[in-house]
Design a protein around this ligand. Structure first.
Ligand code: ADP
Ligand code: MG
Length: 238
């Protein structure tokens, strides 16, 4: 579970303080698929970066599975991040001097003991790149690069996956493929999925949607209760 307690993030710009997030509180239970939406500049990427421990809040607390991450030293933060979070960027962020396979192996080597080669190959196969493992990013299309980035995010089997507009640079066919792979990570592997998106259709598929505006949450829908759960409850009670 992720817990955010009255988090603020501001930037000091000379004598002027620019408030980016103005007091965000949020609990994300394990296994939830939550979509973060809002206009450009509303603070979505800033919030996601804080949740992922890529940035630290100016004020407030962030807890990850009972561990406070808002005041960890960078070294400790990196360790938590490496074990718990797979992060997918809009712009893929692959290392250009490494092959697809080497990119996928990178977090594995940093965070897990032993050899991740088998797991990395299996994941590249699963995202449809079994034949492209030795290609460099420049030799891959945008959709292929994002699928390498997904394999890299999944390779340590993180309990939480976060993605910042992961389909924003892709055509609709590749976007659908990337989205399906992320959703599968939530529905089959049980990972918590925190997805920043502009796309209302994607947001509609989430368990829960929060809307940011000018650095505050202006809407937070309750998780949809699946019909099956209601039926089971009634049977259980009767
Ligand atoms: N490092 C920074 N310095 C100054 N302003 C920033 C910085 N990072 C973000 N901002 C501003 O904070 C606001 C929110 O940014 P961001 O979180 O990227 O929004 P979103 O992802 O919703 O488009 C924007 O107005 C942006 O210009
Ligand atoms: Mg953004």
């Amino acid at each position: 579970m992720i817990e955010v307690r009255d988090v603020k993030r501001w930037i000091q710009n000379g004598s002027r303080r620019v408030d980016i997030l103005k007091g965000i509180s949020l609990r994300i239970p394990a296994g939830q698929f939550i979509a973060i939406v809002g206009a450009s500049g509303s603070g979505k990427s800033t919030l996601l970066g804080l949740l992922a421990g890529l940035d630290t809040p100016s004020e407030g607390e962030i807890w990850l599975d009972g561990t406070p991450i808002h005041n960890l030293a960078e070294e400790d933060l990196a360790a938590v991040r490496g074990r718990k979070i797979g992060f997918v960027f809009q712009s893929y962020q692959l290392i250009s001097t490494l092959t697809a396979l080497e990119n996928v192996l990178l977090p594995f080597e940093l965070n897990v003991e032993g050899n991740g080669l088998k797991q990395a190959r299996a994941l590249l196969e699963a995202v449809g790149l079994g034949e492209r493992t030795d290609h460099y990013p420049v030799q891959l299309s945008g959709g292929e690069q994002q699928r390498v980035a997904l394999a890299r995010a999944f390779v340590v089997n993180p309990p939480i996956v976060m993605a910042d507009e992961p389909t924003g640079n892709l055509d609709s066919a590749n976007g659908r493929l990337v989205l399906d792979l992320l959703l599968e990570r939530n529905s089959h592997a049980g990972a918590t999925l925190v997805l920043v998106t502009h796309d209302p259709e994607i947001a509609a598929r989430a368990d829960r949607k929060i809307v940011l505006k000018d650095g505050v949450i202006i809407e937070d829908t309750l998780p949809a209760v699946p019909v099956e759960a209601l039926v089971q409850n009634e049977e259980g009670n009767g």
